[in-house]
Design a protein around this ligand. Structure first.
Ligand code: FMN
Length: 344
């Protein structure tokens, strides 16, 4: 009951924030069903963020989570960018795209003072971070309105680092998880560990509640995580087919096809390793490339290819983020899925 009491929720189920495939609708549905709904904010500008927070406030009185990235914005590297676009040149020719016309793409912004000021108006009860934590002064500002702080750890070292900085809950993100690895102390992918190897080690290492994430898709998976010492679970992939998610049509189709059985970590889409269904781009370039621009700059070069291919009904250049276990994906209302995960 530790997690439920701490966060004011009914079930130990956190709906994973998933930038690009959901907005407030999914978060509201999950919070109203007694789980913790999450709003991913990494791709929202200030106006969109304010609108989404207003919708949540209007449509649920239950606790909810807002999620931010806290990467260090990269220094653009013109030479690397030019080499990357050269690598992609034959795709640009295939889709009749003028590489000179490609604008800087939709960025992913780290949590900053402007976002903190906006949040202060709404005082969300839970704030979670991916890629570490913001600087101490910003974190202190978030604490001031009483928000509980959550962040992801992908190694025992990261969990200890987060606990030392006073986070309230740590998400142990196993290697099976869909989307970006939350790794922040190392870039070495060989440090990354599967959920059921990582979880008990983090539980033993830190004094705060630990939430398991990665590959958990049904009530049995939830029970297994709890048996290994988790205070709760964070589930992402299983929610991707819910009607309240904004998952694209090609992404939904891929999740329901045999292709979903093969995922890989790739840095091609954003510059940071993230798990998604293997696409043509990943097959042809290899899922990890030293040439891909630093996070989040890599997204720009692919944006026009993705757009043109999707118009033609193809997801060859789309990030199809998904974890290794898609068996829990069901096109049912998020409230129903949340209750099923809770065994109700
Ligand atoms: C489509 C997708 C998008 C994601 N985007 C985010 C995000 O914006 N912020 C975040 O903290 N985690 C994000 N994640 C990772 C989740 O927080 C979580 O670690 C993961 O979904 C758990 O594994 P599962 O997908 O196997 O359930 C994303 C995951 C997916 C599948």
């Amino acid at each position: 009951m530790v997690l439920q009491e701490l966060l004011g929720i009914e079930w130990p189920i956190i709906q994973a924030p998933m930038a690009g495939v959901q907005d407030s609708a999914l978060a509201i549905a999950v919070s109203n069903a007694g789980g913790l709904g999450s709003l991913p904010c990494a791709m929202l500008g200030p106006d969109a963020l304010r609108d989404e927070l207003a919708k949540i406030r209007a449509q649920t009185s239950r606790p909810y989570n807002v999620n931010f990235f806290c990467h260090r914005p990269p220094v653009p590297d013109a030479a690397r960018e030019a080499m990357w676009r050269q690598t992609l040149a034959h795709y640009y020719r295939e889709f009749d795209i003028d590489p000179a016309s490609i604008a800087a793409g939709p960025g992913r912004l780290p949590f900053d003072a402007a976002a903190a000021a906006l949040l202060e108006e709404f005082k969300p009860p839970v704030v979670s971070f991916h890629f570490g934590l913001p600087e101490e002064a910003l974190l202190a500002r978030v604490r001031r309105w009483g928000a509980k702080i959550i962040s992801s750890a992908t190694t025992v070292d990261e969990a200890r680092w987060l606990a030392a900085r006073g986070v309230d809950v740590i998400v142990a993100q196993g290697l099976e998880a869909g989307g970006h690895r939350g790794m922040f102390l190392s870039e070495d992918l060989s440090t990354q560990v599967g959920t059921f190897a990582l979880l008990p080690q983090i539980v033993r290492a830190v004094p705060v509640p630990v939430v398991a994430a990665g590959g958990i898709a049904d009530a049995q998976g939830v029970q297994a995580a709890l048996a290994l010492g988790a205070a709760g679970v964070q589930v992402g992939t299983a929610y991707l087919l819910c009607p309240e998610a904004s998952t694209s049509v090609p992404h939904r189709a891929a999740l329901q096809s045999a292709a979903a059985g093969h995922t890989a970590l790739t840095n091609l889409y954003t510059g940071r390793p993230a798990r998604g269904i293997v696409t043509r781009l990943m097959r042809e370039q290899g899922p990890l490339s030293a040439l891909a621009p630093a996070f989040p700059l890599a997204a720009a070069a692919l944006a026009p290819l993705r757009a043109k291919a999707e118009v033609a009904g193809r997801s060859d250049f789309s990030p199809l983020w998904a974890g290794q276990n898609v068996s829990g994906c069901r096109a049912v209302p998020a409230a129903q899925l949340t209750r099923a995960l809770a065994g109700r």
